[in-house]
Design a protein around this ligand. Structure first.
Ligand SMILES: O=C1O[C@H](COP(=O)(O)O)[C@@H](O)[C@H](O)[C@H]1O
Length: 254
């Protein structure tokens, strides 16, 4: 059941956020693997990957049970996996190549030229994992991941769900596509909100002044309409990790 109020962790520097995030993820990994034997993690692109760097170092590199992790992407650019804009390539270079997660437990997109085909294929693969009981289903019929790691753009987007695009209102698909993303590259696939909001745990990680307005709007109990996508994220346990730049427009810091 999604909780109403998120936990908000505000730390001085990006370095402190990276430390705190590594501890949070490693503890969640240990707890989840003990309870259910695996740990499904959904990655974003962007600055998040750099902020995950401490997990690839001691003590986490040696102590985390990487063999039980499953890796997915909340959004991906429709480009070949070796293209500089690929979220997979970003994650591979900055994180996945440095820890021993088995290759067959990492689920990047199957690239084809058509964003619609890529989205359909990714959703079909998720459905197959649900059928094989690798991923559980939420009571509302969407796959339930153990941890979703999200970033936020200056316009308040999460995943590739943007303020002025209809994909953010899709309540039916698991994975959809966009061909006119306001942030380049224009062709992307993205999890929809029902999937994002079925997650057990979600961390929204923001470490930049550029996103301070979006953070303040999303965390303001007085809601503007329509809300920013980042303000629509829910989870059984939702935690915002902010450095002081990202938190600089919150009322408490004003
Ligand atoms: O385009 C994207 O942007 C968001 C935010 O990125 P950031 O660099 O501002 O952290 C990212 O979360 C998403 O995965 C990516 O495709």
């Amino acid at each position: 059941m999604p909780k109403q109020n998120p936990n908000v962790v505000i730390l001085s520097t990006e370095e402190d956020v990276a430390e705190s995030l590594a501890l949070y993820v490693s503890q969640l990994s240990a707890k989840t693997i003990q309870e259910k034997g695996s740990f499904s993690v959904v990655l974003s692109g962007g600055t998040l990957i750099q902020t995950l760097r401490k997990l690839t170092l001691s003590p986490y590199k040696e102590t985390v049970n990487w063999s039980k992790w499953l890796i997915f992407w909340v959004d991906e650019r429709v480009v070949p996996l070796d293209n500089k804009d690929s979220n997979y390539l970003l994650a591979w270079n900055g994180f996945l190549s440095k820890v021993p997660i088995p290759k067959d437990r990492i689920f990047p997109i199957n690239y084809t030229r058509s964003p619609q085909a890529v989205a359909k294929d990714y959703e079909a693969r998720l459905r197959n994992l649900v059928e094989r009981k690798v991923l559980p289903l939420s009571p509302t019929g969407f796959p339930k991941f153990d941890l979703m790691l999200l970033g936020v753009g200056p316009d308040g987007h999460v995943a590739s769900l943007f303020p002025n695009r209809p994909q953010r209102y899709d309540l039916t698909d698991w994975v959809t596509y966009i061909t006119d993303s306001p942030k380049l590259p224009p062709e992307r696939i993205t999890f929809t909100f029902p999937v994002i909001n079925s997650s057990v745990n979600t961390a929204i990680v923001v470490t930049d002044k550029e996103e301070a307005d979006a953070v303040a709007i999303a965390l303001n109990p007085v809601k503007i309409l329509p809300p920013l996508p980042c303000g629509e994220v829910k989870a059984e346990s939702l935690t915002w990790f902010l450095d002081k730049d990202a938190a600089s427009k919150l009322p408490i810091n004003a």
